[in-house]
Design a protein around this ligand. Structure first.
Ligand SMILES: [Zn+2]
Ligand SMILES: [Zn+2]
Length: 351
């Protein structure tokens, strides 16, 4: 989850250029995607085709940063790339800061859009997803032990920015082990890794010895986790499994994340992230000597937080609690209430 030390809260040098072992160029643009929160989009230029990886959030300043960022590639590196020159668009996962700019981008190019099948519905049936996901979130917050007023407040924060976006069609799917097509039915020669957890359809993309890690591995923060009770194929169990997938890749020289600066040693960074989750899991087991709600556990882990961070902290705590509960290390203490009440708050205790 994001913390105050997050480097996603300051703008990085942009654009930057990376060249893969096989001579393909990857341009990195750092955009302000939400106020004071920055994300990376990438353009892979293989000499014949330009592939845009992620689109920013679609907020006006994010779109503006994207257009200016592309223009500055020409100023700094001499390569002229406008949105109209983009041949293919790949979306690494179904989070707003990565796909929200898609409608804007598609006004300038009819490049086909690809995403993993498990996140496709977020793009193609967005309005339905917001309703269903909001319902699941409400259930989670009620069980987490928040007051009705606090639940209402968090639900408003969750749903308000989502009104900006509408569904867009997807032309092809990204699938592990399968080629990524270009607009003419050719092969972009990118390796797709499906790494669920942070998002059900999260993918990493390999460009020779460069790994675009998206929000699966980031340089400083541990990518945000939500419980699988909100959406299948999210959750800490999937995430930790999928870390193993990138940890064992041979020949990766650098990782480029969806936020923050490049990752010089992806394998070492994966070990740090795994370690931080294990510490958090131990801390939770330790704190559950007496019955604790998810809201209690969130406070133990993250202290008093405010605004949208309250929601992020609860989801992060919920993902860890769920992981321990699934594995029989925590059990529900108030079984009587669970039996007799419709939507009771759950209190967890160590087994
Ligand atoms: Zn994300
Ligand atoms: Zn992100």
């Amino acid at each position: 989850m994001r913390t105050r030390t997050s480097n996603a809260k300051k703008q990085l040098e942009s654009p930057r250029r990376f060249v893969s072992a096989a001579g393909r160029t990857v341009y990195a643009l750092n955009l302000e995607v939400f106020p004071n929160f920055f994300g990376n989009v990438y353009v892979i230029d293989d000499g014949a085709r330009r592939t845009l990886v992620d689109c920013g959030s679609g907020m006006d300043f994010s779109n503006d940063n994207l257009v200016r960022g592309l223009a500055s590639i020409e100023d700094r590196f001499g390569a002229r790339i406008g949105l109209a020159d983009i041949d293919v668009i790949l979306i690494t996962h179904g989070h707003m800061d990565h796909f929200g700019g898609l409608q804007f981008v598609r006004r300038h190019t009819d490049a086909p859009v690809g995403i993993h099948v498990l996140d496709r519905r977020v793009l193609t049936h967005y309005e339905e997803r917001v309703v269903v996901a909001s319902h699941q979130l409400r259930v989670f917050l009620n069980r987490a032990g928040l007051s009705d007023g606090k639940c209402d407040q968090l639900m408003m924060m969750y749903t308000a920015p989502k009104a900006r976006y509408g569904s867009v069609p997807v032309q092809f799917l990204l699938d592990e082990g399968q080629p990524v097509p270009d607009a003419d039915g050719g092969d972009l020669d990118l390796e797709v890794l499906h790494v669920p957890g942070h998002c059900p359809g999260q993918v990493c993309l390999r460009v020779d010895d460069i790994l675009l890690t998206a929000d699966h591995v980031l340089a400083r923060i541990t990518p945000h986790q939500s419980p699988e009770s909100l959406t299948l194929n999210m959750g800490l169990g999937h995430y930790l499994d999928a870390l193993g997938k990138v940890e064992t890749l041979d020949g990766i020289r650098i990782g480029l994340g969806g936020h923050e600066e490049p990752i010089p040693d992806v394998t070492a960074r994966v070990a740090e992230i795994r370690e931080s989750h294990h510490k958090r899991l131990e801390q939770i087991v330790d704190s559950c000597r007496e019955g604790q709600t998810t809201a209690d556990i969130s406070r133990t882990l993250f202290g008093a937080v405010r605004g949208y961070t309250v929601l992020l902290a609860l989801e992060e705590a919920g993902a860890h609690v769920e992981y321990l509960y699934q594995r029989g290390e925590l059990v529900a203490e108030n079984v009587g209430e669970l039996e007799s009440e419709e939507d009771p708050v759950v209190r967890y205790v160590r087994a």
